[in-house]
Design a protein around this ligand. Structure first.
Ligand code: C2E
Ligand code: MG
Ligand code: MG
Ligand code: MG
Length: 292
């Protein structure tokens, strides 16, 4: 029997399909086998405080470790899972396993952390989604406010009336909503007014040419300003250099996620990073002198 019991691997138990030879099977067929074989894994990428660099939470990023193809990137398998519906199974597993993992991270850190999980458009529209969410929260025992659900502008725009209803239910559970890849989708700013959104994640395309690109600088400044006035948090995605970090920090960006402060990593490596972050997180001088 199935799945989603908060285990570290996504696995369902069903008889092997007798399929065509290995080299003939499509990626899609391989995916069903991968689920049965437990080839999907979760990696965790630190999200750090821009000023102290202490880890505040992690984004959960799915990985597929195929025995012969190696690591298949999510950009290849998520769209397939989205089109054949497997994303509902994979996504439910990821949500629950990530919530359980967060509890272990917290035991090590001895402080509250948060976990951010990507929700695809099809998952968001699935009528079992709220049940999946409730199950993940109840099973793991974390607080709703420790959970951030990342959705894209596109997800909201497909059916705004439905989105509004689902977001209201999420808000009841105190789960926060982040707009992933902010600024890259087709949407108007009106949705920031309409929907209960808590976090904007500035897409890497606006970060990668900082601080040289005046246009990207202006866009980041504008997003930070907008967020500040709307009372939203901002995470800058894909920060790779100290210069980018410095630009963002000096403009009041609160959270940083990128290779500079930590690549996506398996849970055991994330645990080690967390131990280090927890012990080494002394405040920089300017913060210490400023206050308590
Ligand atoms: P995303 O949610 O926008 O995730 C951020 C992506 O940026 C991740 O790619 C991450 O590895 C990458 N990244 C982070 N920091 C840096 C950096 O400093 N430089 C560069 N070059 N890249 C950086 P990844 O893991 O390949 O995932 C790609 C996308 O696949 C994600 O974009 C998300 O849309 C989707 N995805 C991943 N895991 C899941 C999942 O569990 N469920 C769903 N529905 N989608 C997922
Ligand atoms: Mg994301
Ligand atoms: Mg993103
Ligand atoms: Mg992105």
């Amino acid at each position: 029997r199935a799945k989603a019991t908060g285990k570290a691997r996504c696995q369902i138990y069903s008889p092997r399909l007798s399929g065509p030879p290995e080299h003939d099977i499509t990626l899609e067929a391989a995916m069903f086998q991968a689920v049965r074989e437990g080839e999907f894994l979760l990696y965790y990428q630190p999200i750090v405080d821009a000023r102290t660099r202490q880890i505040q939470g992690f984004e959960t990023l799915m990985r597929w470790k195929h025995p012969t193809l190696g690591m298949v990137p999510p950009a290849r398998f998520i769209p397939i899972a989205e089109s054949n519906g497997l994303i509902n199974l994979l996504g439910a597993w990821a949500l629950k396993a990530a919530c359980v993992q967060l509890k272990q991270f917290e035991e090590v850190a001895k402080r509250h952390l948060y976990i951010s999980v990507n929700i695809s458009p099809r998952q968001f529209r699935n009528d079992k989604f709220l049940a999946v969410l409730d199950d993940a929260i109840a099973f793991s025992g974390l607080l709703g406010e420790q959970l951030v659900l990342e959705i894209t502008e596109g997800t909201l725009m497909i059916d705004p009336v439905h989105a509004e209803a689902i977001l209201a239910k999420m808000a009841q559970r105190k789960a926060r909503i982040a707009i992933d890849d902010f600024g890259t989708g087709y949407s108007s700013l009106a949705y920031l007014k309409r929907f209960p959104i808590s976090v904007l994640k500035i897409d890497r395309t606006f970060i990668k040419d900082l601080p040289d690109s005046a246009k990207d600088g202006a866009i980041c400044n504008a997003v930070l300003d907008l967020a500040k006035h709307l009372g939203l948090s901002v995470v800058a995605e894909g920060v790779e250099t100290e210069a980018q970090m410095h630009f963002l920090e000096s403009r009041g960006c609160q959270y940083i996620q990128g290779y500079l402060t930590g690549k996506p990593m398996p849970a055991n490596v994330a645990l080690a990073a967390l131990k280090e972050s927890t012990h080494a997180a002394v405040l920089p001088d300017e913060l210490r002198m400023g206050g308590q």
